[in-house]
Design a protein around this ligand. Structure first.
Ligand code: FES
Ligand code: FES
Length: 152
């Protein structure tokens, strides 16, 4: 089947299998490999991207379901050499170590602040509970998200 998807601001049309998952579409068809595959049970959140501005686990969405919609991945965030405020905050607060979870964490955090621009610490922790990090212990990630919320 043909899908037309706006990926990071550029509309593209591709022939895909109807069963193709959005994460595989992004990684294999679009060659955008920042979003990771960390599980086979829809639980780790490493594959999180924005679909029409809302964070989704792209391993739980078919590319066909994104037909006619906008998908945003972490590759599009930095502009003119400037990190997006969320990326800058993760760096400033040491919210990453190995970086495997980071693209998903950043996108989930951006999605959270879209819905709730002034979350409490508990709300940040609750919103990110579907995103696993095996390195940081989460504290610095939560600090990074709260620091972006405080800037706005
Ligand atoms: Fe783990 Fe999508 S790859 S939730
Ligand atoms: Fe390594 Fe989160 S920084 S899994």
């Amino acid at each position: 089947m043909k899908v037309t998807i706006n990926v990071n601001g550029e509309e593209r049309t591709d022939e895909v299998e109807s069963r193709l998952l959005l994460i595989h579409y992004l990684r294999e068809v679009c060659e955008l490999r920042a979003a990771n595959i960390g599980c086979d049970s829809s639980s780790c959140g490493a594959c999180t991207v924005l679909l029409d501005g809302r964070s989704v686990k792209s391993c739980t969405v078919l590319a066909a379901q994104a037909d006619g919609h906008e998908v945003t991945t972490v590759e599009s965030l930095a502009t003119a050499g400037e990190l997006h405020p969320m990326q800058a905050a993760f760096r400033a607060e040491h919210g990453l170590q190995c970086g495997f979870c980071t693209p998903g964490m950043v996108m989930a955090s951006i999605g959270l602040l879209k819905d709730n621009p002034s979350p409490t610490e508990a709300e940040v922790r609750s919103a990110l509970e579907g995103n696993y990090c095996r390195c940081t212990g989460y504290h610095n990630i939560v600090r990074a998200v709260l620091s972006v919320a405080q800037q706005s």
